[in-house]
Design a protein around this ligand. Structure first.
Ligand code: ZN
Length: 289
């Protein structure tokens, strides 16, 4: 219980306190499910973790919180796969809700931890060098872990015939990464996008940020990249980016795969870009959001 409260307190720093009810969902178990092709959801209600299976072992995107690791393990087992077959660990970005459990996953499975260049310092310092949260302590800090491979924008990660491409989409963190890959579905090849995060968190300074002078230009770059990516299957670092619970309910009901949602992807990116522009304009006018 204490642990839950500690997590709750730290999460309330990450998002507006009023949104706390939604964030408890990070620790709420959610049914593991097949998404499409060789992609499976092994996250919680609010915390997205993906298992990508191949004949040569599996790739895990996001370790989640330290408390999420046993939940991921359970989800992988329920789907009939082996946690010990995790060969590569990737992250959406270096924030504790996606990477605090990484040290445990690497220790348990021996997976290679492959991280975008400008997030490497943050994960290797256990969150201490994050431009916004590094000095906030609490749950923002977590066990440090050494990265096995430093990724650069456009690099690929390959395993057993699956190829993931790392697109640097910075701003939310300096090395925030949007992953893309292709899957086969009903004989067709589809483009999958795992959005890293286009969100400007409460308290983020977009104008005159001494620890991250280029933050606004980086968000601009991110929206250019996101708008340029071909997206058939829309996924992301949190389920609420793509309406996961409602889509899961549709999946259970049968019919067309609800995760194929190119229009939903476009609408989400447009909505997030508008939110960024509004925040930037407010800060440029000397206000705060
Ligand atoms: Zn984040």
């Amino acid at each position: 219980m204490f642990r839950k409260l500690a997590v709750a307190a730290a999460l309330s720093v990450l998002v507006a306190p009023a949104a706390w009810a939604a964030d408890s969902k990070y620790l709420t178990p959610f049914p593991a499910h097949h998404v499409i092709g060789n992609i499976y959801y092994v996250g919680t209600e609010g915390q997205a973790n993906y298992l990508i299976t191949t004949p040569q072992g599996n790739i895990l995107i996001n370790s989640g919180l330290e408390a999420n690791v046993p939940m991921i393990k359970d989800s992988i087992a329920k789907l009939g796969f082996k946690y010990s077959d995790t060969k590569i660990l990737l992250i959406s970005h270096a924030h504790f809700d996606h990477d605090a459990g990484a040290a445990q996953v690497v220790k348990d499975t021996g997976a290679k931890y492959e991280v975008m260049d400008t997030d490497v310092g943050v994960v290797e310092s256990g969150g201490k060098t994050d431009f916004n949260y590094g000095d906030k302590g609490g749950e923002n800090l977590y066990p440090a872990v050494k990265v096995s491979r430093v990724l650069h924008d456009g690099d690929t990660v390959s395993l057993g015939g699956t190829v993931l491409t790392a697109h640097k989409t910075p701003g939310h963190t300096k090395g925030c990464t949007t992953w893309t890959m292709q899957v086969k579905d009903g004989g067709k090849s589809l483009n999958v996008v795992f959005v890293g995060s286009p969100n400007v968190n409460p308290g983020y300074v977009l104008v005159g940020n001494k620890k991250y002078p280029g933050i606004a230009q980086d968000y601009e770059k991110t929206f250019q990249v996101l708008k340029s990516l071909p997206a058939d299957v829309f996924l992301g670092a949190h389920g609420d980016y793509y309406g996961m619970p409602a889509k899961y309910a549709k999946l259970k009901a049968g019919g067309a795969n609800p995760f194929i949602d190119p229009a939903g992807y476009k609408a989400y990116v447009a909505n997030r870009e508008a939110a960024f522009r509004k925040n930037l304009a407010t800060q440029q006018a000397g206000g705060k959001l």
